[in-house]
Write a protein that binds this ligand. Structure first.
Ligand code: ZN
Length: 399
């Protein structure tokens, strides 16, 4: 990959002084499929996906021949990473955001798990304050509140002391305007269906999870406005052929999106393949559910109020229960391809267009004229070579 400034080609219409970057000659994943072409970025947006007249005078030309140019990855469930935990220290959203481009991520939903109510308020405060000056990194586009409205018996590693009934929590301020984009809850709890309706009305995406719902409970949740299931298979009522549970409901209902942690630990490769066959191509979403251990290797970490040990079997609490993952989005894509034999383009969509559509953000996750200039460039082995957020280079693989 080389970079130069175009000195001698004729100007082709970019406004004087407007910084323009051209990703030249890559294999570009457009909504119509792969095309070998140039992508011109200007003013934080994709100005064109075409080689015609792309090399204007003054443009910064980044040669990406032989590389895959894809939309920036979007992770809608991430609890922290690089030693930081968003529930305990929401101000570290920006520290983690600066490093997520190393894994191709350009937008994310910082996830706050079950904890005292002031933790949610603190995180909303951080979101509303916005980034520190000069921030360059992945964009947190709203919180994902995973708890406290969860089932006692499907709480996973969540601290059951802080679980709440939907009727006991004030949720009027949970809205995208106040920094809350998504809420995971258990639909079988008293008052849950009314709350799903209210949250959907407030513009919040409601996902069913950490739930012991029957199939009928799940359908009632969908009818009330829930559109997603949180980490399919994990912490939910399992599929029995006479009692399909939440797993069965998520697999059977075609219009409902299923998130999945495709690390081979939370989900067996065969279970991932079943999920792909049921939900492909538009209704499966890769998430990392990563916690502080992501990017750190083995050791001791914390998620919310819970101590976690990370060894070769993933992050686990003192009882051996999985407590988030150490997965990265680029690895999740490699795993999905290995587990399902889906195509690279299909796998990328589960980490870009599908999550963006799930959270109602159509300006992200696509590589077309007018979309945000959030772009990831992958090598042949799917290593992240280059990441741009809003047209600004935020990561470049060391050569
Ligand atoms: Zn969870």
């Amino acid at each position: 990959m080389t970079e130069s400034r175009q000195e001698d080609a004729p100007r082709t219409g970019n406004a004087p002084g407007e910084p323009t970057t051209v990703l030249a000659g890559g294999q570009v994943l457009t909504p119509a499929g792969w095309v070998e072409t140039d992508v011109t970025l200007s003013g934080g947006r994709i100005a064109s996906v075409s080689s015609a007249g792309s090399r204007a005078v003054g443009s910064v030309i980044v040669e990406v021949g032989g590389l895959h140019v894809v939309p920036g990855l979007v992770d809608i469930q991430i609890n922290g990473g690089f030693g930081h935990d968003f529930t305990q220290n929401p101000e570290t959203i920006w520290d983690v955001g600066k490093r997520l481009p190393e894994h191709g991520v350009t937008a994310f939903l910082p996830t706050v798990i079950t904890s005292p109510e002031e933790m949610i308020t603190n995180a909303m405060g951080v979101m509303n304050e916005g980034p520190p000056g000069g921030y360059k990194g992945a964009i947190p586009i709203g919180l994902h509140l995973e708890g406290p409205l969860l089932s006692q018996i499907r709480s996973g590693t969540h601290d059951t002391r802080y679980l709440r009934s939907p009727t006991a929590v004030t949720t009027d301020a949970w809205s995208p305007e106040e920094g809350v984009r998504m809420v995971t809850l258990a639909p079988e709890l008293p008052g849950a269906l009314e709350l799903i309706e209210a949250l959907a009305e407030q513009g919040v995406v409601v996902s069913l999870g950490h739930s012991n719902a029957t199939y009928d409970d799940a359908l009632a949740g969908f009818q009330s406005g829930a559109t997603v299931g949180t980490h399919l298979y994990n912490a939910m009522s399992a599929l029995h052929h006479r009692d399909p549970g939440l797993v069965g409901a998520l697999l059977a209902e075609r219009e409902i999106v299923a998130e999945i942690i495709a690390d081979g630990i939370h989900t067996h490769p065969a279970a991932v393949r079943i999920a792909w066959e049921a939900k492909k191509p538009d209704h499966l979403v890769l998430v990392t559910d990563a916690m502080a251990a992501m990017g750190m290797g083995r050791g001791r970490f914390v998620i919310s109020s819970v101590d976690v040990l990370v060894d070769g079997t993933g992050p686990r609490n003192a009882d051996g229960v999985l407590a988030g993952s150490a997965l990265t989005m680029d690895q999740a894509i490699r795993n999905l391809i290995a587990f399902t034999d889906c195509s690279l383009g299909e796998a990328i969509a589960t980490a870009t267009a599908n999550p963006a559509r799930t959270i109602g953000d159509p300006g992200r996750g696509v590589l077309e004229e007018g979309a945000r200039a959030d772009i990831t460039v992958l090598g042949p082995d799917l290593d992240v070579e280059l990441t741009l957020v809003g047209g600004t280079i935020t990561h470049r693989r060391p050569s």
